[in-house]
Design a protein around this ligand. Structure first.
Ligand code: BGC
Length: 318
């Protein structure tokens, strides 16, 4: 397909870009290609963990020799209790990396291609050294998959229904934000993909649990919310904003976060009116927030918002 597009553009100019090509162009503007993880090298490991072995920028890449490298081994005490969301260390030899691990019902593939598994049988962080060995706070060796719903609408004047603009004339995008209980930061209402679950189901489930407090609803109300979400998050409306590595403070040399951020845009401005936003589960609060470039949000969520903003603005201007 790309070959034909290339030939076509040689003779007839640039054809209409596909949605994914437009998204790809925006992604590479927001997230530089030569990105080096930083948060994954934060001085002290979160949740009461140890100090990381210091890895200078120039030594992050596994290909660069770093003879002095002595990462600190750390696995959080909770992993010792063998929670259902974590790998059993006794079974580590049996883990099937770089594929869907059928025994554990866990997706061990990475959006960044095939990752290295060392001779000792440990997967290697595809973005490089972090100063910590083991799983830290993460349950799975290798990629730990999450999913994030990016639910947006244009801010509109309540009487005229016209899109509102900021002082520089840029249209104002609003998004559903939750406040995380663990660190008080505003974030997208995302969460971990459950065993056997696909990311498109996780975004709906997490949106329900964290932004609508669906876990406190009656069975009938929860079923209604589920049906409404199935309609709004259907394949036609959902656009993948980002899929891949997250520069997360919990990452280690052997376990790291990856996410799929999915954008659902309420172009009409009323589609989500039926829902009462209310923080639930890991969220203490939920609201429609105005997006401002560079605003502080949890993890890489500012980047996902920046990509969604550019993409949706392009649609608005069409
Ligand atoms: C959060 C997601 C976030 C991911 C990576 C998960 O625990 O729920 O919102 O994108 O971690 O930081």
């Amino acid at each position: 397909m790309d070959f034909f597009r290339a030939i076509w553009s040689l003779f007839f100019g640039n054809p209409e870009l596909t949605q994914e090509q437009k998204m790809q162009a925006i992604r590479s503007r927001v997230i530089p290609q030569d990105f080096i993880h930083k948060v994954a090298r934060c001085e002290t490991y979160p949740g009461g963990g140890p100090k990381r072995f210091v890895v200078p920028d120039a030594c992050v890449d596994w290909e660069v020799t770093f003879a002095k490298y002595a990462p600190v081994f750390y696995e959080a005490p909770i992993l010792g209790k063998q929670p259902v969301w974590a790998d059993d260390p006794k079974e580590i030899r049996k883990i099937e990396y770089n594929r869907i691990d059928k025994a554990c019902n866990v997706d061990r593939t990475s959006a960044h291609g095939v990752y290295v598994v060392t001779q000792e049988g440990f997967p290697r962080n595809p973005l490089g050294r972090t100063g910590i060995e083991g799983r830290g706070l993460l349950g799975r060796y290798g990629p730990n998959h999450a999913a994030d719903p990016v639910v947006t609408r244009w801010k509109r004047n309540s009487e005229t229904h016209e899109v509102e603009h900021d002082a520089d004339g840029n249209p104002i995008l609003q998004f559903v934000a939750i406040r995380r209980k663990d660190n008080g930061l505003w974030a997208l209402p995302g969460g971990m993909v459950d065993p056997g679950e696909v990311a498109s189901a996780t975004v709906k489930r997490e949106f329900g649990e964290e932004a609508l407090d669906a876990m406190s609803l009656s069975e009938a109300e929860a079923e209604k919310v589920k049906q409404d979400l199935d309609e709004l998050f259907d394949a036609e409306h959902a656009v993948v904003v980002y899929k891949g590595y997250v520069d997360d403070p919990r990452n280690t040399d052997n376990a790291w976060m990856e996410t799929t951020a999915v954008s659902i845009h309420d172009s009409d401005g009323h589609l989500f009116d039926k829902f009462k936003l209310q923080g639930g589960d890991d969220a203490s609060d939920a609201k429609w927030a105005d997006y401002t470039p560079g605003m502080e949000l949890y993890a890489s969520h500012t980047n996902f918002m920046a990509i969604a903003y550019e993409f949706r603005r392009g649609q608005l201007e069409q």
